[in-house]
Design a protein. Structure first.
Length: 212
């Protein structure tokens, strides 16, 4: 029992260290200035297992040309910044998505024609409120620290070469994944050593119990 609990604890720590919480994100997230972009808010899961019932997106003020797309079996509602109904303020999809399932909520937009001559990129954040049958998640933080009750907001990153930026991001993600697997393997090896080291102790305890 002793060594079983130790191994279980080490294994749990290894899994926690190697797992990464999936975020609501734009896919694709990289674009070039003045590009007509078809992208989507990818919702990878519910709220701690609870089913998603609505996704509400707040559109950045600098994104003035955007259209939300219908999703099968979901209701689409939009609000505008003023009475002219020319610029979307919020987009809300309402429906039902199982807590363990994922779904894309598509949009089409014109990327702002930003000047990248003196900067490598410009990022626009789309805060998302994910409401579930039990609880909610506020994907609204634009800070790298993501403190408080806010999770990272989906981001549209405007760059000079979107294809290269996407390839670089995949390469970085692959490196991080490989590092995580290596750490998990190291922890698993440590668990095996602990197991082996405790076997003699367990045998001694068993022998003592038999002699009493």
């Amino acid at each position: 029992m002793i060594f079983t609990r130790v191994i279980s604890t080490v294994t749990a720590l290894a899994l926690a260290a190697s797992s990464v919480k999936a975020h609501v994100s734009l896919s694709p997230k990289f674009a070039e200035p003045n590009q007509d972009l078809n992208t989507a808010f990818h919702v990878p899961h519910g709220c701690n297992g609870s089913s998603t019932v609505s996704i509400k997106v707040t559109v950045p003020e600098t994104i003035t040309n955007i259209t939300a797309q219908q999703v099968a079996n979901w209701t689409l509602e939009t609000t505008y910044r003023d009475s002219s109904n020319s610029s979307l303020s919020t987009i809300t999809w309402s429906g039902l998505l199982n807590g363990s399932d994922s779904l894309d909520f598509p949009i089409a937009l014109r990327v702002p024609n930003v000047d990248l001559s003196s900067q490598t990129n410009v990022t626009y954040y789309f805060p998302v409120l994910q409401t579930c049958e039990v609880g909610s998640v506020n994907w609204a933080s634009s800070s790298s620290s993501h403190g408080g009750d806010e999770e990272p907001a989906p981001a549209l990153v405007v760059v000079k070469n979107a294809t290269q930026a996407a390839a670089d991001a995949i390469a970085i993600k692959g490196t991080a994944s490989a590092t995580g697997h290596s750490a998990a393997a190291t922890d698993a090896s440590a668990a095996n050593h602990i197991h082996a080291g405790l076997l003699p102790i367990a045998a001694a305890i068993a022998a003592l119990a038999l002699s009493i």
